[in-house]
Design a protein around this ligand. Structure first.
Ligand SMILES: [Zn+2]
Length: 1026
């Protein structure tokens, strides 16, 4: 069983593709610059973690890393002041209250004491204010020397660094970059120089910008139009990745200056910045390639820049390379000239105005195929040996380009669009303007080895990255708190574009399944609003999570269904037009929509409740005759939590949809009711037999019916399940199991509801039922309750056994049928049902005997490989074939099969090999750990591996990255004992400084607590009746 069957493929880049706005601390600012991004009151209001605002005014430039200290310090301060004042009262030294309640006139002695106390208190406050570096922790004050340098940090050379905030000042803005780079793929060094034309907004003496790990060798500054370049001093503050250019004279308002910096660096060993990748060519010779991954914060490690999304500029990029290599960048090549023997120089056209995180370049040996559409040349690049697998991507990209231009009503503005598959990257894909970079599994399609699921993945990731060319590239979020404007939209557009362009892929059901999983996460106390305040690099990286992507997309889907297709489309066209080449906040989108609705509906008022509240609503429905009473509250998986009180005032504006027994399904339009109060009454025009809310699960909420109405729906499914559509059936399964988890519905009722599955043919409800049963099975199995877990399997066999028996070992049928086959046969073989394992082992033997030349149906390839890898010989053969295969789709299935062996030594070897990156690429490590965590022999190993290699993992993949988020969640989500809870807590407490504020650590701990609760509540009952 796979509790999370396809999370890996369903969360591209940025998920795979690669999760609170923190108040800027008040720091005494020499330049007296106002903050570029003032804190929005609303952002604070809705952010439960804004408790850190308690320390506002203390002043601190290291808020990101020491915020725990500050919260402690605030608490300590609060307490000490409280104690002091109560001490005053108790000691009777201050004002005394008379029995009648009036105050007596203080004595001279009392007044003197008061004045002294006041002076001390003022002094303490002054000291605290002026010494922001000093934090009140258990260890006491960090610095002993209280002097001026505590207001501003010290640069590496010991001088005062003139800026203390993480965000850059707004006194200088960049206009143009001219960037020169010469990467050397032999020495792995890179020489670079950048000329940045900046405009002065407010008079200043310093230019503050980003730079990380760059060795700056020369810096000059000159007024634009003047040739005299003056050398300038560069101060570095690595903690914030910032440098300060100290101007020789005042920089005048309105003037443009040119800042020139020469530097050198090493090509990166990680997956961020300008990094090197080794691979084997067709002759199995080791070769090198260099590519970029800048989002969110790594452009600064390739060139000094103003690395915040709102600082949009143009970029003129020049790259010097070896003759045999080729280069790609955002824009088409303008000139190529020979420099010296074997060295040539490519200059690209100047880009449009864009953010630094979208700048990209690739240097290496690549081959491509191209096609022109609407004056844009679309090309797909890959390693030469993979050129046979790029055709599908090219056709798909051309179709999507045409679709998006029509849908957004804005032409793609560049003359070329490159899609490049590179052999090693953490991200699933990256949307750099004009130069989309993918991992090979998300771009290459091979007829023989790619399954239905693989095809969908490639299609979806292309759709996602291309949608970003408008959402993200043309119009960009102002700051990372609104990342959902990029990612929620691109995810939403994936499904919309697929539905319109490739209807046979049935992709909207995939979004449904992801929505169910995301709601499980969003129903935790550790969840956060879609638009959350973020500042530190970890917080920014953590924004790349399911809430930003899937919840963001689900909310847009809900809005589209409420407004109607035409109004919604006009709204986003208006938004893109209003803000082309600019930066936006969430409210800009709602304002653009409101211009279209023209007062008939306030989109902003409605959507702010969804974007700024944490979690989502539970709608309780009670029916009496023709009257339906509906009521909303926050849905939380844990009962009695403090968040229930804090969210008691939440009032979502819920566009409730419902259908009744009197609707004709064929011509059915759901009835909509906007619930923006705590409760309301809906009057039906006539009495009905049943009512089902949240039609097609287009709304992001869970519905709870009265006991009789649940029974009516259970009976309806038994009698005539086609009265509801597949998505509604899947929705009922999700809702009833979610409510059973809370104890609002007996678990037996949830099992009663899925009894109708014997008649079910649609993939969505079957997948959802299997997902819910898998969760229960996994908990029981990992607690060693094999007999009881076996009874869960028997239940599945009772419901789906017939369907499993009728599956053929082919690739025939519709895509939906192929997917269902994959799921059912994989389940059957995992649990040794019927003849599944024997058939799979026979297939594997034949394939092995043919030395891997025999063709195997792609949809069941993973099942066949998994069965074969159960033996030592089979496993070793598969590993050999893995190293030889040129199809990434095939390799991915092989790797998963290898990671599903029961041999623990092999499992440990796989994880270690992937971490080292020699036999298996490090990009695969997530896939390996996720697979191993699910198995009985592997789940403890996976967690041990994560603990033992924590430092290495967080160095290679970053603490806040999607990768680290998910290996922590995956490797702990099946624990359900106090001992494991304590162990996980203790581990992260030992890393307190790094992990205390991370959502995913809170999520991991809360999930174990919920598992423990679930077992306590349900175990005895399950043993009785299952
Ligand atoms: Zn994206």
């Amino acid at each position: 069983m796979e509790p999370f069957p396809s999370d890996r493929i369903q969360l591209p880049r940025n998920m795979i593709e690669n999760s609170m706005f923190e108040e800027e601390p008040d720091v005494v600012d020499l330049a007296k610059e106002p903050c570029l991004h003032p804190l929005e009151p609303d952002e604070v209001e809705y952010e439960p973690r804004s408790s850190r605002l308690l320390v506002r005014g203390l002043g601190e430039h290291e808020m990101d890393e020491e915020e725990e200290d500050y919260e402690s310090s605030a608490k300590l301060l609060g307490m000490s002041f409280m104690n002091r004042s109560s001490g005053l009262r108790n000691n009777g030294a201050g004002y005394r209250q008379n029995p009648d309640g009036s105050c007596s006139v203080p004595s001279t002695r009392t007044m003197v004491v008061c004045v002294v106390v006041l002076v001390i208190a003022v002094s303490v406050i002054m000291v605290i204010y002026l010494l922001p570096k000093c934090t009140f922790t258990k260890e006491g004050c960090h610095k002993r020397n209280h002097s001026m340098e505590f207001i501003y940090p010290l640069a590496t050379n010991g001088k005062v660094f003139p800026w203390a905030k993480i965000r850059l000042p707004s006194n200088i803005v960049p206009l143009r970059y001219s960037l020169f780079l010469q990467p050397n793929l032999t020495t792995m060094k890179c020489v670079g120089s950048v000329r940045i034309t900046v405009n002065v907004i407010q008079v200043t003496w310093n230019i503050i910008l980003h730079s990380s790990g760059l060795n700056i060798t020369k810096a000059t500054l000159n007024l634009e139009g003047r040739s005299q370049e003056k050398p300038v001093e560069v101060l570095e503050y690595p903690k914030h990745n910032q440098i300060a250019i100290v101007a020789p004279e005042t920089l005048l308002v309105g003037q443009n200056y040119i800042l020139s910096l020469d530097y050198s660096s090493n090509l990166s060993d990680t997956y961020y910045g300008f990094y090197k990748i080794s691979y084997k060519d067709e002759q199995s010779e080791k070769r090198w390639l260099a590519a970029t991954q800048f989002e969110p914060l790594a452009a600064r490690s390739a060139f000094p820049c103003f690395d915040e999304p709102a600082f949009k500029s143009t970029f003129l990029i020049t790259i010097r390379r070896d003759e045999q290599h080729s280069t790609l960048s955002n824009m088409p090549k303008n000139t190529t000239v020979s420099v010296t023997d074997g060295i040539v120089q490519d200059e690209f056209y100047t880009t449009l105005k864009m953010s630094t995180y979208l700048v990209a370049f690739v240097v290496g040996e690549l081959k491509n195929i191209s096609q022109e559409t609407n004056r844009t040349l679309v090309s797909v690049y890959a390693m030469p040996q993979n050129l046979g697998q790029v055709e599908y991507a090219l056709d798909t990209a051309v179709k999507f380009l045409e679709f998006y231009q029509k849908y957004f009503y804005i032409d793609y503005p560049l003359k070329k669009l490159d899609l490049v598959a590179i052999p090693d990257t953490e991200a699933g894909a990256m949307e750099n303007w004009g130069l989309l970079i993918f991992r090979e599994t998300t771009l290459l399609y091979d007829n023989k080895t790619s399954s239905a699921v693989d095809k969908k993945l490639v299609t979806r990731v292309i759709a996602h990255e291309m949608a970003h060319q408008w959402f993200g590239n043309l119009v960009t979020m102002e700051w990372w708190n609104d990342l959902w404007l990029n990612e929620g939209f691109a995810t939403f557009m994936e499904y919309l574009a697929l539905k319109e362009t490739f209807p046979d892929l049935h992709s909207d059901e995939d979004l449904l399944n992801l929505q169910f999983k995301t709601m499980r996460k969003d129903a935790l106390n550790s969840s956060h609003p879609v638009s959350s305040a973020v500042q530190s690099s970890e917080q920014i990286e953590e924004m790349f999570d399911a809430l930003t992507y899937i919840k963001g997309a689900s909310l847009l889907l809900m809005l589209k269904n409420y407004l109607g297709e035409d109004v919604f489309k006009a709204g986003i066209q208006n938004y893109l037009l209003n803000h082309s080449y600019g930066s936006t906040q969430s409210d800009d989108l709602w304002d653009s929509m409101n211009e279209i609705t023209n007062g008939t509906l306030d989109v902003k008022a409605m959507m702010r409740t969804w974007i700024l509240y944490t979690g989502f609503p539970l709608v309780t429905v009670k029916r009496k005759g023709k009257t339906i009473h509906v009521e909303q509250e926050r849905f939380l998986r844990s009962t009695g939590s403090e968040n229930q009180t804090s969210s008691a005032s939440y009032l979502w504006h819920i566009p409730l949809t419902y259908m009744t027994s009197n609707h004709n399904l064929t011509f059915h339009f759901p009835t909509v009711y906007l619930l923006n109060q705590k409760s309301a009454k809906i009057e039906l025009s006539e009495e009905v037999k049943w009512v089902k809310f949240n039609v097609d699960m287009n709304g992001y909420y869970i519905v709870h019916y009265a006991e009789e109405d649940w029974q009516i729906l259970i009976d309806l499914l038994q009698r005539d399940h086609t009265a509801l559509r597949p998505k509604d059936r899947a929705n009922l399964i999700n809702d009833i199991f979610s409510l059973a988890g809370l104890g609002k519905v007996p678990l037996t009722k949830a099992f009663d509801l899925i009894d109708y599955l014997t008649k079910e043919d649609s993939t969505a409800p079957i997948s959802q039922a299997l997902f819910q049963l898998n969760l229960i099975y996994s908990l029981l199995e990992k607690r060693g309750m094999q007999e009881l877990a076996g009874r869960v399997v028997n239940r599945v066999v009772k419901l789906l056994g017939n369907k499993i028996d009728h599956q053929t070992w082919t690739d025939n049928g519709t895509l939906s049928e192929q997917e269902l086959r994959s799921t059912l046969l994989s389940f059957a073989c995992d649990h040794n049902l019927g003849t599944c394992s024997t058939t799979a082992t026979d297939w594997f033997k034949k394939w092995k005997d043919s030395n891997g030349t025999m063709s195997v149906p792609a949809d069941i390839m993973k099942t066949i490989f998994t069965a074969g890898a159960k033996t030592r010989e089979g496993w070793e053969f598969l590993l050999t074939m893995y190293t030889l295969s040129v199809s990434e789709a095939e390799k991915s299935k092989m790797l998963e099969a290898l990671a599903r062996t029961d041999d623990v030594r092999k499992l440990i070897w796989l994880m270690q090999a992937s971490l080292e990156g020699d036999h298996i690429r490090a990009q695969e490590l997530f896939h390996i750990i996720a697979t191993i965590s699910q198995s009985f022999p592997g789940h403890l190993l996976a967690w041990d591996f994560v603990k033992e290699n924590w430092e290495k993992l967080t160095q290679k993949f970053h603490l806040g990255s999607f990768f680290v988020q998910n290996i922590v969640i995956m490797s702990t989500c099946q624990f359900s004992t106090e001992a494991h809870l304590l162990e996980v807590k203790t581990f992260f407490e030992s890393k307190l400084e790094d992990t205390s504020q991370l959502h995913y650590v809170e999520e991991a701990i809360e999930t174990i607590q919920l598992n423990i609760q679930w077992m306590e509540k349900n175990l005895a009952k399950l043993q009785q009746w299952l």
